[in-house]
Design a binder for this molecule. Structure first.
Ligand code: 6GU
Length: 296
């Protein structure tokens, strides 16, 4: 997988060379390149933002600079560099394209002006294999584990980090109209100063799902939010079984695996019901049996 990140603070992503993600890059599972948006400016001040049309506080990122940058990275035919997309960008998108829901959720139509763009270049027709362009945006749909799973199957991701009060809304609209798979995501209901931290979160959630990333692939299978039952995980204990007068639940030391499994599932359901009732509400009903339901 190739990942390009565009930011006015590309140094934020120096840390991607550390830890498991650094190892994954050494192993050749993923290549991460962070670009400075200001490299695509032409004015002496290297300005990337301007005041909002219609007034209001703060600054909005200008479309021209982003346009030049993204045309370059995407190798768009009518972009300034006239590059063709690298051949490695074309495979596998069965599942990425299966994520049409996320696109629909985030694919708000603008006032119609942007919809009049020229017909898309062949390689960027809607649904065609190709890079996925992702913009962090606190006003977008929530990024979920299902999104991370789908995006982990893409060959190429391009993240565009907004700063200030955001980016000109025509930027994602333009590339969508060109047939590019464009997503906008929020990572939670709180406000960050810019997209860099949000991109770091999405990057980690996506790349750890790459085949070969984890030393022990089993650790991905039994996790909160994974699979068709997004339950919170049961609480874990290790030795000693008594610590500062606190003893681990006796069932866990019974050696009865059936009982242990049942106990853990009960724990998971009770905890989810109490802490995240919204997840229970989204659970596929048939996966909860009578016993499970008594715990809710
Ligand atoms: Cl994606 N961006 C910013 N600036 N703030 C956020 C966010 C994104 N998600 C939650 N808060």
């Amino acid at each position: 997988m190739q990942i390009d990140i565009v930011s006015v603070f590309p140094e934020y992503f120096d840390v991607t060379g550390l830890s498991l993600l650094g190892k994954a890059q050494e192993k050749g599972l993923v290549t991460i390149r962070a670009h400075n948006l200001r490299d695509w400016t032409h004015d002496v001040h290297h300005s990337v933002d301007d005041t909002p049309v219609g007034g209001g506080a703060g600054m909005v990122m200008k479309p021209e600079v982003w346009g030049q940058c993204l045309d370059d990275l995407l190798g768009m035919p009518d972009g300034p560099t006239q590059q063709q997309p690298p051949s490695g960008q074309t495979a596998n998108t069965a599942d990425v394209n299966g994520q049409k829901e996320a696109m629909k959720r985030s694919g708000e139509k603008s006032d119609g002006t942007a919809a009049e763009a020229d017909s898309p270049a062949d390689s960027y027709k809607a649904g065609a294999a190709g890079p996925v362009l992702i913009f962090p945006n606190p006003s977008a749909p929530l990024f979920t584990q299902a999104d991370a799973t789908a995006l982990s199957r893409a060959k190429r991701l391009i993240f565009g980090c907004g700063r200030y009060e955001g980016y000109d809304a025509r930027i994602p609209d333009y590339y969508r109209n060109q047939g590019v798979d464009v997503r906008e995501y929020s990572i939670g209901d709180y406000v960050l100063n810019g997209g860099e931290v949000a991109v770091s979160v999405m990057l980690e959630a996506i790349t750890r799902l790459l085949p070969g990333f984890m030393g022990n692939p089993e650790s991905i299978v039994q996790e909160s939010y994974t699979g068709d039952e997004p339950l919170l995980e049961y609480r874990q204990y290790t030795r000693p079984t008594t610590w500062r007068g606190m003893t681990v639940p006796a069932i866990l030391t019974s050696g009865d695996h059936g009982k242990v499994d049942r106990f853990r599932r009960d724990e998971a359901i009770k905890r989810t019901s109490r802490i995240r009732p919204d997840l229970i509400a989204r659970l596929d009903c048939p996966t909860l049996d009578k016993h499970d339901r008594r715990l809710l």
